[in-house]
Design a protein around this ligand. Structure first.
Ligand code: FAD
Ligand code: NAI
Length: 471
């Protein structure tokens, strides 16, 4: 199958969840494959400085919080926790080391060659990786994304006063006062970590609610929950400047709509206002590939770019910047290169915020459903509170709900949203059912084990039918 004209059938640029998965799948399909990665370790943002280390800190800090803030005492376990932050960081580093090393093992096992260095296109089939020139019949751009900077705000992760998500993972002490700029996923996850460990956290969000893109009910409820947990929320507010002096920062804030400015002091400022695609130095000019207005590489449904033989996947292309989306695109892209039919259903990419409780959704929000159907009456909604779910109530986890949005006439489920301690796990059921075109009645008549949080999904489906049992 290998094409002797080129060194490789496939060269993947970037070894994040998009790139490394594409490389392994391509090799499994018999294609001679290499992957260029400039980092010291494989796994990209996700394994090195994203999903995995943030979850390691979230998981550990959740235990600390439960011990420190009375949740354990409520169950008759009285302890006074003592924080060993260095050890907490060590277990995070161990998780990252184990998993990134695992990808290196998988590359060897599947005979994927790792080309260490930065990749730059010379032409569509020739890529310079460090000092080496590699040719390939197909090149997949999987270069991912990096932090969007805030104009006039300098990030210095080493110093630890104004940091991005990478710096926020590594803080060597718990800040007394932390200000998070951006009430999105990173701000709430990393803000939760440091609040649980003792920081006083203020979230400054430009919009009037947290978590843009999520269902409005979820956004409102999330605001209430984070406030109750002790986060200060400054909504409809923008940061106009951050000045640092020694180990302190002074922020200037203004109402988003304009108005009187105020200042605020902090020991740590986290800038988390979004991420942008990585294309600098990739040499896209050399292959005549233009970016869209958001700086993304556009592809067709099969992940082909406009340049023959060049494909793209993951955070560098449009769509949600999520690891599982990148992985699925990696598999589909490799299969398309091998002449198979690789498909990703972009309408059903679940998203999860790993706070306490977790926040998850798949499909349309209520607002999107009403807009799509053109009339509120054409949409039915069923909602079930976790307070009425026996397992959540027994576990002292009363916050949140499950919400199911269905098309009124056909009963087809259009979206599912959940705030619950295990919402991230629960949402998989909804995604799978929706992939098979489920109706709310299908979910309502599926037997769910008792006592589980998932029963709330069944009850929310029964609520769409207007007949929940436990409320
Ligand atoms: P990346 O993972 O960004 O990988 C791209 C790789 O390409 C990088 O390693 C980079 O070094 C390399 N590269 C770039 N340019 C070149 C070049 N020219 N030559 C060689 N190599 C190059 N998503 C989730 O789904 N769940 C989560 O819980 C989650 N948590 C996150 C937490 C944080 C703090 C952050 C920052 C992100 C999180 N994400 C999460 C998002 C997730 O990390 C990304 O969506 C995912 O990593 C994108 O995968 P990718 O393969 O497209 O790119
Ligand atoms: P985000 O897009 O989730 O949130 C950014 C927030 O900042 C938005 O609420 C936005 O309104 C606000 N904002 C923008 N400019 C601002 C300003 N000047 N002042 C105040 N607020 C401002 O981006 P975030 O949190 O940086 O995360 C980046 C990406 O990483 C996300 O798109 C997400 O997909 C991914 N990610 C996913 C995780 C998960 O799946 N659990 C965890 C962490 C990140």
């Amino acid at each position: 199958m290998s094409n002797t004209q080129y060194d490789y059938d496939v060269l993947v640029i970037g070894a994040g969840p998009g790139g490394y998965v594409a490389a392994i799948r391509a090799a499994q399909l018999g294609l001679k494959t290499a992957c260029a990665e400039s980092r010291e370790t494989l796994g990209g943002t996700c394994l090195n400085v994203g999903c995995i280390p943030s979850k390691a800190m979230l998981h550990a800090s959740e235990y600390f919080d439960a011990a420190a803030n009375g949740a354990m005492a409520e169950m008759g376990i009285e302890v006074t926790p003592k924080l060993n932050l260095e050890k907490m960081h060590d277990q995070r580093r161990d998780a990252v080391k184990g998993l990134t090393g695992g990808i290196e093992f998988l590359f060897k096992k599947n005979k994927v060659d790792w080309k260490k260095g930065r990749a730059t296109f010379q032409d569509a089939h020739t890529v310079k990786v460090g000092e080496e020139t590699v040719t390939a019949k197909n090149v997949i751009i999987a270069t991912g994304s990096s932090v969007t900077p805030l104009p006039n705000v300098e990030i210095d992760n080493e110093k630890g006063v104004v940091v991005d998500s990478t710096g926020a993972l590594e803080l060597s002490k718990v800040p007394e006062k932390m200000v998070v700029i951006g009430g999105g996923v990173i701000g709430l996850e990393m803000g939760s970590v440091w609040r649980r460990l003792g920081a006083q956290v203020t979230v400054v969000e430009y919009l009037d609610k947290l978590l843009p893109g999520m269902d409005d009910d979820v956004r409102k409820e999330a605001g209430k929950i984070f406030k109750k947990q002790g986060m200060e929320l400054k909504l409809s507010t923008k940061v106009t400047s951050v000045e640092t002096k020694g180990d302190k920062a002074t922020l200037t804030l203004e109402p988003a709509a304009g108005g009187e400015a105020e200042t605020m002091e902090a020991d740590c400022v986290l800038v988390s206002i979004g991420r942008r695609p990585n294309t600098d130095g990739l040499g896209l000019d050399n292959i005549g590939l233009e970016l869209n207005k958001k700086g993304q590489v556009e592809t067709d449904h099969d992940f082909r770019t406009k340049v023959d033989g060049v494909w793209a996947i993951g955070d560098v292309i449009p769509g949600p910047m999520l690891a599982h989306k990148a992985e699925d695109e990696g598999i589909a892209c490799a299969e398309n290169i091998a002449g198979q039919t690789g498909i990703v259903n972009h309408a059903l990419i679940p998203s999860v915020v790993y706070t306490w409780p977790e926040i998850a959704g798949v499909g349309l929000t209520t607002e999107e459903a009403v807009e799509k159907m053109g009339d509120k009456a054409k949409v039915k909604v069923g909602k079930f509170p976790m307070m009425a779910n026996s397992r959540a109530k027994t576990n002292h986890e009363p916050d949140g709900f499950v919400k199911i949005i269905a098309e009124a006439e056909s009963d087809r489920v259009l979206g599912v949203w959940a705030i619950a301690s295990v919402a991230g796990t629960m949402i998989a059921q909804a995604a799978q059912a929706m992939e098979f075109g489920t109706t709310s009645e299908d979910i309502a008549y599926t037997c769910h084990a008792h006592p589980t949080h998932s029963e709330a999904m069944k009850e929310a489906a029964m609520a769409v039918q207007g007949k929940p049992i436990h409320v």
